[in-house]
Design a protein around this ligand. Structure first.
Ligand SMILES: [Zn+2]
Ligand SMILES: [Zn+2]
Length: 320
């Protein structure tokens, strides 16, 4: 059994208690894909399911690999431990090793804590941002770490109007860009209500060769701007939401060799299960929307997305 370091709240943003039962598994995909952004460090839902169960559930529906992201120091350390085989029972280690990779960073909202308040989410004292990034740099050298992320800007949870906080995020984003270049790793961007500013920082610094907008949240126009800069766009369960026609329009203008799929699990559960726990095995719902928006067969969509993911991370999950 795994000891997760975080847990998703049992209360929805509306204040209601969430339905914590696991959605039933969808029909398996006709081809393999990987979930390039999930948070296995977060527990959610009924029962206590370990890493090996999430990986096995995903495998059964054609999701042959997962990249788990740790985006504060405790989660980044935990992710490195998992890459070294900890938190997984010996008999499942080989199975998990074939199907799981990691990434780590200091999340934009946590960067603010390191710089401005010096206090973490549970009131603990935090080191400086420089020290935090130095540790992230070391953790990224752990075999199995394939991406720097998530980093970027978040003007939803951190007010852009407070210069100190805004600057902390921009500074942290720049440091992660430098880190991705130094390590020669792909970088995953978190962009919440910050499209223009994210592009401005990328233009000023020069984007790493492989830059992925995780949980892409822009429209077709913004997709074009990101694509012009060579970026890859990763679509999550939000692209299945009824009010998200703009995301399907963004998908329509994005070539398959720039499209990836992710869950951001345990968050952003796809329709028809919004609000319930999310895990990589629910990706087929999102893949169906991707295929439809691209006007291709599900088989073609899976092959295209997997090729993109393999190009960017050098990882395509377990073969066969
Ligand atoms: Zn994010
Ligand atoms: Zn995330």
């Amino acid at each position: 059994m795994t000891k997760a370091v975080n847990s998703r709240s049992a209360t929805a943003e509306t204040g209601h208690h969430r339905d914590l039962s696991w959605p039933e598994p969808p029909e398996a995909l006709p081809g393999a894909v990987i979930d390039n952004h999930a948070h296995l460090d977060f527990s959610d839902g009924e029962g206590s399911h370990g890493i090996e169960e999430h990986v096995a559930w995903a495998d059964r529906v054609g999701v042959r690999g997962i990249i788990t992201i740790g985006c504060d120091l405790p989660s980044a350390r935990w992710t490195a431990e998992v890459m070294r085989g900890e938190h997984v029972a010996e008999e499942h280690r080989a199975f998990v090793r074939e199907r799981l990779r990691g990434g780590c960073s200091i999340h934009p909202n946590d960067a603010v804590n390191h710089v401005v308040t010096g206090t973490g989410r549970s009131g603990e004292e935090l080191c400086s941002l420089d020290e935090a990034i130095a540790e992230i740099s070391e953790l990224l050298d752990t075999p199995g770490m394939v991406t720097v992320g998530e980093t970027g800007l978040d003007w939803f949870r951190t007010s852009k109007k407070k210069p100190e906080k805004r600057n902390a995020q921009i500074q942290s984003f720049r440091m992660h860009i430098a880190l991705a270049k130094e390590k020669g790793l792909p970088m995953q961007i978190h962009d919440r209500d910050a499209h223009r500013d994210v592009l401005d920082v990328l233009d000023a610094e020069g984007a790493p060769e492989r830059t992925v907008f995780h949980c892409f949240s822009g429209d077709a126009e913004f997709a074009r701007e990101a694509l012009e800069r060579g970026a890859y766009l990763s679509f999550s369960g939000t692209s299945t939401f009824k009010n998200a026609a703009y995301l399907r329009e963004a998908l329509a203008v994005t070539p398959l060799n720039r499209i990836m799929v992710e869950t951001d699990a345990p968050f952003l559960t796809p329709e028809p299960y919004r609000g319930r726990p999310n895990s990589s095995y629910l990706i087929p719902h999102t893949m169906r929307v991707i295929a439809e928006a691209k006007g291709v067969s599900l088989e073609e969509a899976c092959a295209g997305v997997l090729a993109t993911e393999r190009d960017v991370y050098g990882f395509a999950g377990a073969e066969g």
